[in-house]
Design a protein around this ligand. Structure first.
Ligand SMILES: [Zn+2]
Length: 215
């Protein structure tokens, strides 16, 4: 495993721990955390903090039969529905494999031209998540952002104006950022990206195509 150099921000981890992120961002954060020991440790600290807050909160009584009802439901659960082990499928860690329904061979890719493909994943409407498939040497059109964009590398690597991003690395781009990610030569670069607003493409062709591609 290569060393992860680009991590989640404190702000994102805190929002994730508090359950405040849209589903698409949750998916990217959970996938990075499953690949990154550092961020998993930071998240555990934040979760412990949340637990401590819960312990000190005033208790609100539940209805009298709630404990018995809960125990009955636990008895009724079969072995099969209990938490299954981490189902990693090839380059897809468990959280992502659950969304795709398997590994890369299960992805329903759509061509964007120049060998670039994408697959939009089913998440809540407040933000969108997609898988990107970028052949070596190929660029994603130069674009800016109206909101926040998270890009997590699953295979291969890309470079942009800021740095190089390899497997497990996450790039956090905001409104102030303008970049042209280019996939490194060699292995096809596969990324998981999430945005909470449409991207702003500078070239006219991607801009015209945008409503159709739902980028
Ligand atoms: Zn990390």
């Amino acid at each position: 495993m290569t060393t992860i150099r680009h991590h989640l921000s404190e702000q994102l981890l805190t929002a994730y721990a508090a359950g405040e992120l849209p589903e698409a961002f949750n998916l990217v954060v959970a996938t990075h955390v499953s690949l990154c020991d550092d961020c998993r440790a930071r998240l555990e600290t934040l979760d412990a903090l949340g637990g401590a807050l819960l312990e000190t909160a005033d208790a609100t009584p539940m209805s009298e039969d709630s404990l018995a009802a809960c125990l009955d439901r636990i008895d009724g659960l079969s072995q099969a529905t209990s938490r299954s082990p981490m189902r990693r499928h090839g380059i897809f860690p468990a959280p992502l494999a659950d969304y795709v329904g398997g590994g890369v061979n299960k992805v329903k890719w759509r061509n964007l031209g120049m060998g670039v493909k994408q697959a939009i994943l089913p998440t809540g409407k407040d933000a969108s998540a997609r898988l990107l498939y970028i052949p070596g040497g190929q660029a994603v059109p130069d674009h800016g952002h109206r909101g926040l964009e998270l890009t997590l590398v699953l295979q291969g690597a890309f470079r942009d104006e800021t740095d190089r991003f390899g497997p497990g690395d996450i790039e956090i781009a905001d409104e102030a950022m303008q970049h042209t990610p280019v996939a490194e030569h060699g292995e096809v670069c596969i990324c998981l990206a999430a945005t909470d607003a449409p991207l702003k493409f500078n070239a006219i062709i991607p801009r015209l195509a945008q409503p159709f591609l739902r980028i």
